[in-house]
Ligand binder design. Structure first.
Ligand code: UFG
Length: 328
């Protein structure tokens, strides 16, 4: 298939682009390089452009005949979305609208959309099914929920088929060391801990130790980026074979506490970086895990890297080579 990948120069998009190339798809990446990198586009063509620029976007759709659009381009930092909501409603919601207008004009048959567990907000349950009511508690989650809704509404009045993937906590890196998370000022737990190992950061905080969990710290469902990437490639194949539009959680269905994650990073690296226990971070639910029965059933998705040691080891390997590259 010929596919357009927005945000294909970013952390998750770049892993998907690589797998799409390996699966024989022809890829065009559209990315404004705000948090992505030219080197991360390891196959296909890169068009540097912004989704806010509807003319530039239209030119890409005219120049190619796409069968599918995979839409990754977005801002993803929850606290930033609280302090600057309009950035999120512009770059996430409004830009998804721009993209949908082009998809609709050009009658693109398939779309895969990067959504998030943040659409569920602070549910009572710890294992989340796709049927739960959507109740985001921050503008990031709301911007993605609104994007989901627009996609569904467009699909309801056109031939567009979609798969919306709700990501849980994505981490790890390409095992060959070619790609990884290079996002500046990342706030994600495994990335932050790996930066402490390389010395890019002097130490880190544990946000809250009084949650109702096995060691008092929050539990999250960490999923290896290569397994997540595989779900996208499978979603395309599923739609091409006539599969119905669907919304699917992407996670392993089990979780680790913040302390457990930090222990694995310290054990595998042999570096005992300073860790300070501080108060809770606003908006953190105690425990979030994916009920992943639907994605297994619908796509036949089976994870290959469901192992926290592998997730952390690949992230560490990447962080070291990325740091060396930045220092060079
Ligand atoms: N944490 C720390 N110290 C840090 C960073 C994180 O203790 O330096 C803790 C957080 O408080 C949380 C856990 O580690 O308990 C995981 O935090 P992340 O920031 O890595 O991830 P989140 O679970 O907050 O966010 C993820 C996705 C978001 C999505 C959200 C939905 O990255 O995109 O899940 O709940 F919105």
């Amino acid at each position: 298939m010929k596919v357009l990948v927005t945000g294909g120069a970013g952390y998750i998009g770049s892993h998907v682009v690589r797998q799409l190339g390996q699966a024989g798809h022809e890829v065009v990446v559209y990315d404004n390089l705000s948090t992505g990198y030219r080197w991360a586009v390891t196959c296909g063509e890169l068009v540097v452009g912004d989704l806010a620029d509807e003319q530039a976007l239209e030119a890409v759709f005219r120049a190619h005949s796409f069968e599918a659009v995979l839409h990754f381009a977005a801002n993803i930092v929850v606290p930033e979305s609280v302090s600057n909501p309009l950035k999120y409603y512009s770059n996430n919601t409004r830009n998804t609208l721009n993209l949908l207008k082009a998809i609709d004009r050009h009658q693109i048959p398939y779309m895969v959309f990067s959504s998030t567990a943040a659409v569920y907000g602070m549910p009572e349950q710890t294992v989340l099914t796709e049927e739960l009511p959507l109740a985001p508690i921050n503008p990031y989650g709301a911007s993605k929920m609104m994007s989901e809704r627009m996609i569904m509404d467009v699909a309801a009045t056109s031939d567009l088929k979609y798969v919306i993937l709700r990501y849980f906590n994505v981490a790890g890196a390409n095992p060959e060391g070619v790609l990884g998370q290079a996002t500046p000022e990342a706030t994600h737990l495994i990335k932050v801990a790996c930066e402490c190992v390389t010395g890019a950061r002097e130490g880190m905080s544990v946000f809250g130790t009084d949650y109702d969990t096995r060691d008092g710290t929050c539990i999250r469902d960490y999923i290896h980026v290569e397994d997540l990437a595989k779900a996208h490639v499978m979603a395309l194949a599923y739609m091409a074979e006539g599969g119905k539009s669907d919304v699917l959680n992407c996670g392993y269905g089990r979780g680790f506490t913040v302390r457990e994650v930090i222990d694995v990073v310290q054990r595998l690296s042999g570096v005992e970086f300073p860790v300070t226990e501080t108060g809770r971070r606003a908006g953190d639910p105690a425990a979030l895990m994916a009920d992943n029965r639907r994605i297994s059933r619908v796509l036949g998705w089976v994870p290959d890297h469901d192992d926290l040691d592998i997730i952390v080891q690949t992230a560490l390997n990447w962080e070291k080579s990325w740091q060396a590259r930045k220092d060079a």
